[in-house]
Design a protein around this ligand. Structure first.
Ligand code: ADP
Ligand code: MG
Length: 592
């Protein structure tokens, strides 16, 4: 590589901007340089989340001593041999990163071109402090220490070492996904966090960096429209997560967080996923260089497409085609006209009817320490699609319950009840989730949620970032009834769960909570975000759709709904029940 100074007119065309705002952005620039240098293996080690040091070692082309000096000058790059910014295929091209980093940290570059001797140069906050021979294998080794140590204005805006570390991991995951041909290792405080070998298949690489189960729960995407292509891995709608940070998008091999692309992915999954669930996905868009401008954002994470409609169509069409082929068709949309006659949610002011037949349920069961009635239902046998039992237990006066008396269950998902004034259908999962949330709220207000110890503590494996997030909230989660312990770098040990959740899916609960916590600012206490956390917990403690319920259980659910505030809508804002009045039924049959 030979380095040259860019002429002024080109410098001005390059959107200016600060490239280094935190350790992760410095790391991104360094690793991109290693990739551009043709490295086959890149090793990264960090301490204190990169705040105290970042080391990047590569086996790329290296630099000669004069090139090392030039690389530290602003707008010196080897990557624009002519003036065609549009034709750039490397990750870098601005020639700003190394001088920027060198001006806000202690930066040492050691480098050796194959067949020559190594050389080093050290810059401390813009001052040259050392230069001379260096012993290293061919390639480049760069160390950045004490980032922003002498720039207090910047240091003030940095987050904790833990948060900076999480951002560094995210950067490396994205770059490693873009380049399955390159091997990456990442160590933090001497502990290995990422290890992927060179020359992997793309799907294996994506799975290694997201979720080991992705391979079995995804479809390959391979789609082309005009000169644009879309490839990658798309998680099945059922393999969803609670936050959107498992979405990895790339344009011409460059990781991007582009709003157009994110919106298109959401559009493709729209009617297959609840609004608050997100797919796991890695998508690679390739298109001719003249159709996309990568020069709009200093960190190059946003791009501008010449024909946004074409790209959006490609993503929606490509994802749908791939998901349809896998036999996972989108759910049918309900007919708006048919629903027009149904009345959703919204009870009159809650009355307090007695719990039928001495059936302990919900809050009453908690107080008596028996756990909820749902715990005792162990019948997971495949249910018939629709079922009606004579409701022996219902004495006539129960007809006056606002939610009515249960008459049966449809598709093991909906409770059908008869009220005095019409027919009620309840979504059992949505309704129960809401009840659990309200119970958690009450318990928190009364000073904490009762825990139930697991007979055998359960080990939940997940990525280190997720474990870190949970670990930093251990005290607050304990108040909510979830007792956790760190169990090695990539696992948590669960000792107790909130008693009112019953025996649920501990694994799913803990993984979803880790995701959920990722979406919060560290400054917020969980109490301030109680609704979200409790809702995530409630979702796991709830009666699933697909579970067969006895008539007594159905009635107990209806009675609790009647006395619980906000029970007419689920935690995601959808109705939990609908009612068709007698008059409406008559209209449907043309009797009126
Ligand atoms: P850019 O990547 O935009 O060219 P940088 O400031 O990141 O600007 O790097 C300046 C130049 O230094 C690069 O163009 C490249 O020639 C050289 N360089 C930087 N890092 C490496 C590396 N790891 N291996 C070889 N050359 C490098
Ligand atoms: Mg660069």
């Amino acid at each position: 590589m030979s380095i040259r100074r860019l002429p002024e007119h080109l410098v001005n065309r390059i959107a200016a901007g600060e490239v280094v705002e935190r350790p992760a952005s410095a790391l991104k620039e360094l690793v991109e340089n290693s990739i551009d240098a043709g490295a086959r293996r890149i090793s990264i080690s960090l301490s204190e989340g990169g705040l105290s040091s970042i080391d990047v070692v590569d086996d790329g082309c290296g630099m000669a001593p004069d090139e090392i000096a030039l690389s530290l000058e602003r707008h010196a790059t080897s990557k624009l041999p002519d003036d065609a910014i549009e034709a750039v295929t490397t990750l870098g091209f601005r020639g700003e990163a190394l001088p920027s980093i060198g001006s806000v940290a202690d930066l040492t570059i050691e480098s050796r071109v194959r067949g020559a001797d190594g050389w080093h140069r050290r810059i401390d906050h813009g001052e040259l402090v050392g230069e001379g021979p260096a012993a290293l294998p061919p390639g480049t080794r760069i160390r950045v220490s004490n980032l922003f140590a002498k720039v207090p204005a910047r240091r003030k805006f940095l987050r904790s070492a833990r948060a900076e570390y999480a951002a560094c991991v995210d950067v490396i995951k994205r770059l490693a996904m873009a380049r399955p041909d390159i091997g990456f290792t990442l160590e933090h405080e001497g502990r290995r966090a990422i290890l992927v070998a060179p020359d992997e298949q793309r799907v294996d690489r994506v799975a290694a960096l997201t979720d080991r189960d992705l391979a079995e729960n995804s479809v390959a995407v391979d789609y082309r429209r005009e000169a644009v292509s879309l490839t990658g891995v798309a998680g099945l709608p059922t393999f969803n997560r609670g936050v959107a940070d498992h979405q990895f998008l790339f344009v011409n091999g460059r990781p991007v967080k582009d709003r157009l692309l994110i919106g298109a992915v959401r559009g493709a999954y729209q009617d297959m996923l609840a609004r608050d669930r997100h797919p796991v996905i890695a998508l690679f868009v390739e298109l001719p260089g003249d159709q996309v401008d990568v020069n709009v954002h200093p960190a190059k994470t946003e791009v501008r497409f010449r024909d946004p409609g074409l790209v959006r169509g490609l993503i929606v069409g490509g994802l749908r085609a791939a998901l349809d082929e896998a036999g996972h068709r989108s759910v049918q949309r309900p007919s708006v006209a048919a629903l027009g006659n149904w009345q959703a949610g919204g009870l009159p002011s809650p009355s307090a009817p007695s719990i039928p037949n001495g059936f302990a349920f919900g809050a009453a069961a908690e107080r008596s320490g028996q756990g909820s009635v749902w715990d005792r239902v162990s019948d997971f046998a495949p249910a018939p699609m629709a079922r009606a039992e004579p409701a022996h237990a219902a004495p006539p006066e129960q007809r006056s319950y606002p939610m009515g008396v249960a008459r049966g269950q449809v598709a093991a998902t909906y409770i059908v009840a008869e009220a005095e004034d019409g027919l009620v259908i309840v979504d059992q999962h949505a309704a129960h989730e809401r009840l659990v949330l309200e119970r958690m709220r009450r318990a928190m207000a009364d000073g904490g949620v009762a825990r139930q110890a697991l007979l055998l503590p359960e080990v939940v494996e997940m990525d280190e970032t997720g474990c870190d997030r949970l670990e930093s909230r251990i005290g607050e989660l304990a108040e909510m009834g979830l007792e956790l312990e760190r169990f090695g770098p990539k696992a948590m040990l669960v000792r107790a769960t909130p008693a009112l959740l019953g025996q649920g899916d501990v694994q799913g609960l803990v993984v979803d909570l880790a995701d959920e916590l990722g979406a919060y600012d560290e400054a917020l206490s969980l109490k301030e975000k109680l609704d979200h956390v409790a809702a995530t917990m409630a979702c796991h403690g709830s009666v699933r759709a697909g579970r067969t319920l006895s008539v007594a259980e159905m009635n107990a659910l209806l009675r609790e709904m009647e006395v619980t505030p906000h029970s007419g809508q689920c935690n995601h804002g959808r109705p939990t029940w609908i009612k068709l009045g007698h008059g409406d039924i008559e209209k449907l049959f043309g009797r009126k």
